[in-house]
Design a protein around this ligand. Structure first.
Ligand code: SF4
Ligand code: SF4
Length: 310
């Protein structure tokens, strides 16, 4: 169902990593995967939420008074946020004078996005860029994506959707007519490995990917690479079999990194990286050569996809 309002965390202008040319990336909030390497933890929950940056706190005490849940407690000069008691109402952020407390996530209307994008239309035209809906999993808000993409197309913008594919096929059907390019994240081929890395099975993802590929739309595949996990020969053989059947414009490999780690503390989340590390440079080169040798254009990114500037 079409929807004019979407829940987002951030709008990143002048992005060079989310499709061709200079782009504006809109990060939608809510995700049904829990990837061990996620660098946008603020996009996981499908609701606005509080974040706390202690380094900005000026110890005024206003938030403790405003909180009805006793979730913010002063211990000496230090303020402690009990995130499990917090109901993310935002009352404390409303009285905080220093932005130490702030809300992540806001509802945005399609018209507001179109007005924002219009400022950069000249850059899109000159660079072959456009707008990318990312997240989180944008297709969890498929009705909003459909409304937004339709309007973007009417404005003449190139449109991309960055998805991990764990949604009903009907969500794809809503957006396919208005999407110039899909950025499709494939995390792992083996279902047990996929579950251990993302907390979800991959059979729906593979099904949707195959259907999308066979429908003839433009696709770039994105693969986050974790050394000793999804960079093995068996994993790469299966990936090559899936993407080597034609219909894929390029494959982007994104070696594991920890640039988003600090966000976990701000959100009151525990960061468990499961002993992940990037593949060696030698292994990264072997993978690139393997795909190039099979005629598939590849790209090695220096950052993990869905990077959010917030
Ligand atoms: S968001 Fe609401 S419940 Fe959470 S700490 Fe602030 S005032 Fe308390
Ligand atoms: S209102 Fe803001 S600055 Fe004041 S104690 Fe709370 S977090 Fe610190």
């Amino acid at each position: 169902m079409a929807s004019d309002q979407g829940l987002i965390t951030n709008i990143q202008r002048f992005s060079l990593d989310d499709g061709p040319g200079i782009r504006t990336t809109v990060f939608l909030k809510g995700c049904n995967l829990r990837c061990a390497w996620c660098h946008n933890p603020e996009c996981l929950e499908s609701r606005p939420q509080l974040q706390f940056n202690p380094s900005l706190c000026v110890h005024c005490g206003r938030c403790s008074v405003a909180c009805s849940e006793q979730a913010l407690v002063r211990v000496g000069k230090e303020l402690r946020w009990h995130s499990k008691a917090c109901r993310h109402c935002g009352a404390c952020a409303g009285v905080c004078p220093s932005d130490a407390l702030s809300m992540v996530g806001r509802f945005v209307a399609v018209d507001e996005l179109v007005a924002l994008l219009a400022r950069d239309a000249v850059y899109y035209r000159k660079s072959g860029g456009g707008v990318t809906l990312s997240g989180g999993e944008p297709l969890l808000q498929a009705g909003f994506c459909q409304s937004a993409l339709k309007r973007f197309r009417e404005e003449g913008f190139h449109t991309a959707v960055d998805t991990a594919g764990l949604v009903e096929w009907s969500a794809f059907e809503l957006v396919i007519p208005y999407t110039s390019l899909f950025l499709f994240d494939l995390k792992a081929m083996d279902k047990t490995l996929h579950r251990s890395l993302t907390c979800q099975d991959n059979h729906v993802i593979i099904e949707n990917f195959t259907r999308l590929r066979d429908s003839g739309v433009a696709i770039w595949v994105r693969v986050p690479l974790a050394g000793g996990k999804n960079d093995t020969k068996a994993e790469m053989d299966r990936l090559l079999e899936l993407v080597g059947k034609g219909g894929i414009e390029r494959v982007e490999f994104l070696p594991y990194h920890e640039y988003g780690r600090g966000k976990y503390d701000l959100l009151g989340f525990f960061y468990d990286k499961l002993d992940l590390h990037p593949p060696s440079i030698k292994r990264q080169n072997e993978i690139l050569e393997k795909f190039q040798g099979n005629g598939i254009p590849v790209h090695l990114s220096t950052k993990t996809g869905k990077e959010n500037a917030s």
